[in-house]
Design a protein around this ligand. Structure first.
Ligand SMILES: Cc1cc2nc3c(=O)[nH]c(=O)nc-3n(C[C@H](O)[C@H](O)[C@H](O)COP(=O)(O)OP(=O)(O)OC[C@H]3O[C@@H](n4cnc5c(N)ncnc54)[C@H](O)[C@@H]3O)c2cc1C
Length: 478
């Protein structure tokens, strides 16, 4: 085949969109026909292949991408197996001259992709990778001394001084398929969809795909961003963007989010500015993971390596099942299992209870989140769990133990969030909804509730749990 007329493989990974996709726009700009491919390479992600809820979201995002491609006369060729071997086979089958993709930053994926790039180039193929996942790549930002940042505020001050690139144009009609396409293969053959009725339930909570993500962003920027600084902490209120899975799987990209906020002309105001700083936390999480690749398994602060964790399978099970007896915690854990998502404030509260009151290792929490979150993201999840454990970058000090009752009363004062996910407590008056064990028997009776039968008593008394956590922390400090 004439080399110039040879197609390029566009290797989709977690950039499942046609707009603001730099690898795609650069590939199209060469004038070559494009063969869009997706390879489900579970082993290539090391110990952190997507969990159950992530696979549900991925499956649906691939369906949406495939239908956008079909509307333009292309298709998404889906393969399963080691990415390098599958790409090699696809190059041979299509006569493509090379592969373009957008970069990812998880340690195992970096190592795999580096190997693939070297091999492709050595074999005489084009291999080009681009940034479409982040505003700034992890290695671009450094302290004045040239070190990685470990604290968010200076990181963001330094990063946000840089200009953010405008989103890439959607290639529109310039995107064309080669003559004589390949069989694209049914998505079901990838085996992503978990064989459990839970999968359909989680999927039912999400509208998935590039078009919906863009609509969701527009709606949030128009209606939610102004009140974000206050509403973002109220789990019963729809006060955050809920864009985390779209950002993780790339049905939308951060440049587009940034541009949408900038276009309002209000990016400097409190609500939008706070929202953009959260996009900054996403950048920071990737920065930390890139520079400290051991952190998904090990604490960033080394002295925590010997923390005296307890091994209590029963406590972990009660926590996972949303049966700790602390209403705000149980509501969060049930929201997670039901929807594949949990409000950020509640993620912090449930994290604190697991690692502090229950003294269970943060890694156990991270693993459960990994399997249950549609937005499970190695950078953000690791940062969030090390924050909870007090052992990571810019983490909550270990001695600051969240009080679940105070948190509940402050951020869910009327108990609307708790009642939504813990219906057993539905009839309790507001005054007791965050601490049912304080309710007099008559009140419990009127609410149709017997503690220990309909809803558990607290798995551990708050004061006891707090003191035990502080004593454990003192051992590390010493
Ligand atoms: C223990 C724990 C685990 C977490 N695990 C994940 C995870 O696996 N994946 C994930 O995307 N987020 C994780 N977070 C961060 C945060 O809870 C979610 O990003 C947020 O709740 C998503 O909701 P949203 O899209 O409505 O966020 P918004 O408030 O609308 O924020 C906008 C975007 O900013 C990013 N963002 C916000 N907060 C953070 C943060 N603290 N760290 C990194 N990025 C952030 C997300 O991409 C989010 O979509 C975790 C937090 C904790 C405390």
């Amino acid at each position: 085949m004439d080399r110039a007329a040879a197609p390029l493989l566009l290797w989709f990974r977690r950039d499942l969109r046609l707009g603001d996709n730099r690898a795609l726009s650069r590939a199209v700009a060469t004038g070559s026909p494009i063969v869009p491919v997706f390879v489900w390479d579970e082993a290539g992600e090391g110990d952190w292949a997507p969990g159950g809820a992530g696979r549900v979201y991925l499956h649906r995002a691939l369906e949406a991408l495939r239908s956008s491609l079909r509307a333009r006369g292309l298709d998404l060729v889906c393969r399963r197996g080691p990415a390098g071997a599958e790409l090699e086979r696809l190059l041979a089958e299509t006569g493509a001259r090379g592969v373009y993709w957008n970069r990812l930053y998880e340690p195992a994926v970096i190592a795999r992709d580096r190997g693939i790039k070297e091999w492709l180039r050595a074999a005489g193929h084009e291999a080009e990778s681009f940034n479409s996942a982040l505003l700034f790549e992890p290695h671009e930002i450094a302290t004045q001394a040239g070190h990685p940042f470990q604290v968010f505020t200076p990181f963001w001050r330094s990063a946000s001084r840089r200009p953010v690139d405008a989103p890439e144009e959607d290639p529109g009609g310039a995107l064309r398929a080669p003559a004589g396409g390949l069989p694209a293969g049914p998505l079901e053959e990838l085996g992503l969809w978990p064989d459990h009725p839970w999968a359909e339930r989680v999927a039912g909570h999400w509208a998935i795909g590039e078009e919906t993500a863009r609509g969701q962003l527009a709606c949030f920027v128009a209606e939610g961003a102004d009140a974000y600084a206050t509403d973002r902490d109220l789990p019963a209120t729809d006060g955050t963007s809920r864009l985390s899975p779209a950002l993780h799987w790339g049905t939308i990209g951060p440049r587009e989010v940034w541009a949408a906020v900038e276009r309002t002309g209000r990016a400097g105001e409190e609500g939008p500015r706070t929202f953009l700083a959260e996009i900054g936390w996403r950048e920071f999480a990737h920065h930390v993971l890139f520079h400290f690749p051991r952190t998904p398994e090990e604490p960033l602060r080394e002295k925590f390596a010997d923390f005296p964790w307890e091994d209590d399978a029963g406590a972990r099970q009660a926590w996972r099942a949303g049966r700790t007896g602390y209403p705000i915690v149980d509501a969060g854990m049930r929201q997670l299992y039901e929807e594949g998502w949990m409000h950020n404030r509640v993620r912090m509260i449930v994290g604190s209870l697991l690692v502090k009151h229950l003294l269970q290792p943060w890694q156990a929490g991270a693993r459960w989140f990994w399997d249950c979150l549609v937005d499970a993201d190695l950078a953000a999840n690791t940062l969030g769990w090390q924050w909870s454990g007090g052992c990571g970058a810019d983490a909550a000090p270990y001695f600051r133990v969240f009080n679940p009752m105070t948190q509940g009363k402050k951020f869910d004062p009327a108990g609307r969030y708790v009642r939504r996910y813990v219906p057993e407590l539905g009839e309790l008056p507001d005054a007791y909804v965050h601490e049912p064990w304080e309710a007099p028997e008559t009140v419990l009776g009127q609410a149709g509730l017997r503690l220990g039968r309909d809803y558990p008593r607290p798995i551990i008394d708050h004061r006891t749990g707090r003191q035990r956590a502080l004593a454990a922390f003192a051992e590390v400090k010493g």
